[in-house]
Design a binder for this molecule. Structure first.
Ligand code: APR
Length: 239
């Protein structure tokens, strides 16, 4: 594993990669789901019931983006992307995170399978647009001009994650699947390692502690992403 010359790598990241930047994960003690009921703030039903509460929840998370910055793990993955591209390889960076730290760390092509805080979605015409201020039920869609149907461009529980076809294609074509900073609690992302195994890929997990899927990985390295990820990237690039 250490000196594997990987040309096509698919990386899945979760909240753990942003933890050292100061963004709460979901399932740690005191994490996001400790302080909010998922049903209230992360489901279409919750939004229909109380859109003001849901906008408040995401407005807080969106404005918190201004107070955090990428950490060495985000920056190392951007370096890996650039290097692989230059050598004819490919990095497919898939994140479950809705923060923009991969992009601010320099990554060019990020697949946000659970959406992103800096985008809004019109519930009527499905128009998407960049939006970094607070959102509210008073918002008017810039395309269909309907008021009150704008929602955070976030994939809620019960909704289909974005870009699954691309992800599955890239997973089938990669040499190496790496999971970073995710508990393996939520599907379909949690099933990517089993798909990689079924296609005979090499699999690596970099996580603070054992995840629910650790036993599926060829190798699991435990530690903070800010330390493990730059070390691993140097290994791969040095190989
Ligand atoms: N470095 C590496 N890993 C870390 C760090 C760190 N500094 N800090 C925490 N972790 C690990 C935790 O051990 C845990 O396994 O990151 C993981 C975070 O798990 P969760 O809080 O469950 O977050 P995530 O796996 O991203 O959740 C997946 O669930 O609620 C939904 O849509 C939400 O995208 C989210 C999805």
């Amino acid at each position: 594993m250490n000196n594997m010359k990987s040309k096509k790598i698919l990386i899945l990241t979760g909240a753990g990669i942003s933890a050292e930047s100061g963004i709460d994960t979901f399932r740690a003690a005191g994490g996001l789901w400790e302080n909010h009921r998922v049903e209230d703030v992360a489901t279409p039903e919750g939004f229909a019931k109380d859109p003001k509460l849901v906008h408040r929840f995401y407005n807080l998370r969106r404005s918190a983006l201004k107070t955090v910055k990428p950490n060495p793990a985000h920056i190392a993955l951007a370096k890996l992307e650039t290097s692989l591209k230059a050598s004819g390889g490919q990095l497919t960076l898939v994140t479950q995170n809705v923060d923009d730290l991969h992009e601010r760390g320099g990554a060019q092509d990020v697949i946000h399978m659970h959406g992103i805080l800096t985008s809004m979605l019109c519930g009527i015409c499905e128009n998407r647009w960049e939006h970094i201020q607070d959102a509210s039920t008073e918002m008017i869609c810039p395309k269909c001009y309907v008021k009150g149907a704008c929602r955070p461009d976030i994939v809620w529980f019960g909704e289909m994650p974005y870009a699954m076809h691309v992800i599955e294609e890239r997973l089938a074509a990669c040499d190496l699947f790496v999971s970073i900073g995710t508990s393996g609690a939520v599907y379909p992302a949690a099933g990517f390692v089993q798909m990689a195994n079924a296609c005979g890929k090499t699999t690596l997990e970099l996580n603070l502690e054992h995840s629910q899927g650790s036993h599926f990985f060829d190798e699991s390295r435990l530690g903070p992403a800010g330390t493990l990820v730059p070390q691993w990237v140097d290994e791969i690039l040095g190989a």
